[in-house]
Design a protein around this ligand. Structure first.
Ligand SMILES: Cc1ncc(COP(=O)(O)O)c(C=O)c1O
Length: 349
């Protein structure tokens, strides 16, 4: 049974930003201004080199690993610790007995692997057949055990759940489902840092975006951003959630008034190719007055080429927000005061 609490996303965004400010590898990601279609200037939040991992997911998995270690240490010893204490030998010895498990379309796994490696823990990452092979090597470089499991992303999620049940490892998913929401909310809490970086920049200049385009897989990024924008931004933009036509689980859930599965063929927007929404993301987006757009495969491909030509090398998943912007400009949504913001969410694999 879902409870209201289970679905509610109330992140402690201040502790997230505080945590990252203490990390040596942390820098706010660049906010670029690029010339978009029809002469429109576009703000592009460039996540393609976030903390050496190549995607915004570097803010989610590593943060959740750290928080979970702090929490389990407290449960075992009663001691409250800060992030700096995680570097101490006794904490690293404690972490070395822990394994984090997840399924991934690629980037979330990299985040979990990097977070585990940095703190001395282990990671086991389940990848479906559809995930590009380049991720196996990148995961192995981060010390993770890689398990190829299942035809689709959903199959790999099931395998990761079964593994955690069998082995006692900690399941660190980025999606949520009834009975499992607490840990993924920590992942989403990490993503709130993007919205806070943007807020402080726009506050400095006093110029705010009119439209924000957020690409979605299970919806964790879109929901974390939309929540923070509605909560903390002085000027409110239109928020557009962008999905592949092949995996429109959030728009279909919106139409159904409840989380529903949305089947379709495999998408070339691989990191957005999730057929089941995060129930927390769905519930959060329902409260944030967002609109939804779905993209064809060609639109994703064309946007990846266009954004790459603008100097930010990316993929169809990374450029999906820009693709939705292009569609809206074609449909005539622009003019005075139109100041769009997109997130280029990953670099090339
Ligand atoms: C590059 C990229 N963009 C967007 C997303 C979508 O994020 P979410 O699954 O939280 O909706 C992902 C998820 O893996 C991703 O890797």
């Amino acid at each position: 049974m879902k409870t209201t609490d289970e679905l509610t996303f109330e992140p402690d965004f201040l502790r997230a930003i505080e945590y990252f400010r203490e990390q040596e590898v942390y820098r706010p990601s660049p906010l670029r201004e690029v010339p978009g279609p029809g002469g429109v200037t576009v703000w592009a939040k460039d996540e393609t080199s976030r903390m050496g991992l190549g995607a915004f997911k570097a803010l989610g998995g590593p943060y959740a690993v750290a928080r979970l270690l702090m929490r389990s240490w407290k449960a075992e010893t009663g001691e409250d610790i800060d992030a700096a204490r995680l570097k101490d030998a006794d904490l690293r010895a404690f972490a070395s007995r822990q394994t984090f498990v997840c399924a991934s379309a690629g980037n979330h796994g990299l985040g979990v692997a990097a977070g585990a490696q940095a703190l001395g823990a282990s990671a086991r990452i389940f990848l479906a057949k559809t995930v590009p092979h380049s991720f196996d090597d990148r995961l192995a470089e981060r010390g993770a055990e890689v398990v190829r499991a299942g035809e689709t992303y959903d199959d790999s999620v099931a395998e990761a759940i079964a593994d955690a049940d069998r082995t006692g490892a900690t399941l660190l998913a980025d999606g949520t489902w009834p009975g499992y929401t607490d840990i993924p909310k920590l992942v989403m809490e990490g993503y709130t840092v993007i919205a806070e970086e943007l807020r402080s920049r726009f506050e400095e200049t006093g110029i705010w975006p009119s439209h924000v385009y957020l690409q979605a897989g299970v919806g964790g990024l879109a929901a974390a951003m939309a929540h923070m924008i509605r909560k903390n931004w002085a000027e409110q933009p239109e928020i557009i959630v962008v999905e592949p036509e092949a995996a429109p689980c959030l728009i279909e859930s919106h139409k159904a008034g409840k989380p529903v599965r949305a089947d379709g063929p495999d998408s070339n927007m691989g990191r957005l190719d999730c057929k089941e929404p995060s129930i927390v993301a769905w519930n959060t987006l329902e409260k944030c007055d967002v609109r939804f757009v779905t993209l064809t495969e060609n639109e994703g491909e064309a946007a990846a080429r266009a954004v790459t030509e603008l100097g930010i090398a990316t993929t169809p998943s990374g450029a999906a927000g820009y693709a939705a912007l292009c569609r809206q400009i074609q449909e005539g949504v622009s003019g005075a005061g139109f100041r769009p913001l997109v997130i280029v969410s990953e670099g090339p694999a």
